[in-house]
Write a protein that binds this ligand. Structure first.
Ligand code: PLP
Length: 467
């Protein structure tokens, strides 16, 4: 073997951790799963977790904590007021994200609720780079009108544009022109846009968006829930950032914002928690005024002392070195590559937290009003016990004005990878099942509602197959 052939041979990577504790999972039979999906009304949210083999429903709160986080739990200070653990969390947020003011909440939607209530007046426009379900819900509930200002590429599952999370500045300017800057309290900029398939925005785009905001007296509020994943993609794809650490890039992302909502159940490596972080002390004072009514006292929000302690540790760990995030996104890419190699249509580029199957093209025989992505998620569960979720017309809900279904261009099934939980062997099982289901796609029937909730209907809706 000469040195040359050595240097070109690709090397495998492996997880930067070893397993210290195991949790058994059950393999079920096909008959068992057919009964289970029927009693769940063909909605994977309504399955019992015990009936699931590999659970890719969400990466939200499904993280495996480290030994240091479990140790931190024991150090939680459960004082009602002024808990030491709160101050540890405040230090971690200041150090890693760079925001002065911390408003802790029970999870991301608690932060979205409070931010929407302090900034949005009825009739205001709230532009955003694609919607997120709970974010838009709270904006509309506060009387705001959400307006999508993401670049067109985000709506095209086949586009390989590297920054599909970017804000389209012309669309944003058009909102300012139509409503007037005083009716646009803030733009909601999501990092690594979830509903677009986990797609990043560039720092150049964020900086330009922030400049437009400053010129018009509009706040830029980040949804920084997945900012670490976004920072990793910036390091891979944006010229000038290859030699910067993810930790440094994260700080720079936050610099171009006035505050952020964060669901700690994602990047932050814990199972529950979240926060609103702000620069402006007066805004933070107003947020804390609502916090005491809706979440809890300002030094715990919705979290226990031990939750805050594990969260502070998770925030430091997520960016301690780049190894964690490299392996986390590397695992997603591993599954994505297995599927694309087999010709399965997925959203490209492969995103940060999951692989998104293009159900519209896999189930081309099912019209969108018969919920192809919902049907595909159910079929995948029946095949192998792999649980995924719909991200399409069911999740998009109805237009509050017209009552018509929103018909999003993206009709997707999301295979979301929990952090530090599954191995590559699990990913192999998932890929084989998806490929098998796609080969028999023509046998899958569309669905209709048997129960449709008014709000966030995808969580609790029930269906039955048509015909
Ligand atoms: C999960 C998530 C939220 C909501 O957070 P919860 O903790 O589930 O309330 C908001 N935004 C994004 C981008 C998310 O992924």
């Amino acid at each position: 073997m000469d040195g040359d052939s050595k240097s070109v041979r690709a090397r495998s990577w492996a997880e930067p951790f070893r397993i210290k504790m195991v949790e058994p999972i059950t393999v079920t039979t096909r008959e068992h799963r057919e009964r289970a999906i029927a009693s769940a009304g063909w909605n994977t949210f309504l399955l019992r977790a015990e009936d699931v083999y590999i659970d890719l429903l969400t990466d939200s709160g499904t993280n495996a904590m480290s030994d240091r986080q479990w140790a931190a739990l024991m150090l939680g200070d459960e004082a009602y007021a002024g808990s030491r653990s709160y101050y540890h969390l405040e230090d971690a947020v200041r150090e890693v994200y760079g925001y002065e003011e911390l408003v802790p909440t029970h999870q991301g939607r608690g932060a979205e609720h409070i931010l929407s209530q302090i900034l949005i007046k009825p009739g205001d426009a709230v532009p955003g780079n694609m919607y997120f379900t709970t974010t838009r819900f709270h904006q509309e509930r506060a009387g705001g009108r959400f307006i999508d200002v993401i670049v067109d590429e985000a709506h095209d599952p086949a586009s390989t544009y590297p920054f599909k999370g970017n804000v389209d500045l012309a669309k944003f300017q058009a909102v300012i022109d139509e409503y007037g800057a005083d009716r646009v309290p803030y733009i909601s900029v999501e990092t690594n846009v979830n509903m677009a398939g986990g797609q990043p925005l560039s720092l150049a785009n964020l900086r330009a968006t922030y400049e437009l905001c400053r010129a018009n007296g509009i706040y830029l509020m980040l949804d920084a829930t997945r900012a670490v994943e976004n920072a990793w993609f910036i390091k891979q794809r944006e010229p000038g950032y290859q030699d910067r650490s993810v930790r440094e890039i994260l700080r720079e992302i936050c610099r171009y914002s006035d505050g952020a909502t964060v669901s700690s159940k994602k990047d932050n490596l814990v199972n529950i928690g979240g926060f609103l972080a702000l620069r402006d002390a007066e805004l933070a004072r107003r947020a804390r005024g609502l916090l005491v009514a809706f979440e809890g006292l300002h030094t715990y929000g919705g979290m226990s002392g031990r939750d805050m302690e594990a969260l502070a540790q998770g925030i430091r760990e997520m960016v301690e070195t780049d190894d964690h995030i490299a392996a986390r996104i590397g695992q997603v890419e591993y599954l994505g590559k297995k599927l694309t190699d087999a010709g399965v249509p997925v959203v490209l580029p492969i995103g940060g937290h999951g692989v998104f199957l293009d159900a519209r093209s896999i189930l081309a025989h099912i019209p969108q009003e018969q919920f192809p992505a919902q049907a595909l998620a159910a079929a995948l569960y029946v095949d192998s016990g792999v649980r995924s979720m719909e991200r399409g017309v069911v999740s998009a809900g109805r237009d509050p004005k017209t009552g018509e279904n929103h018909l999003p261009k993206l009709e997707l099934v999301r295979l979301t990878i929990p952090r530090r939980v599954y191995t590559q062997a699990h990913m192999d099982v998932v890929a084989e099942s998806v490929i098998e289901v796609c080969e028999h796609a023509s046998e899958i029937a569309g669905l209709r509602f048997t129960y449709e909730p008014d709000d966030l209907r995808f969580f609790l809706a029930r269906f039955e197959p048509i015909g």
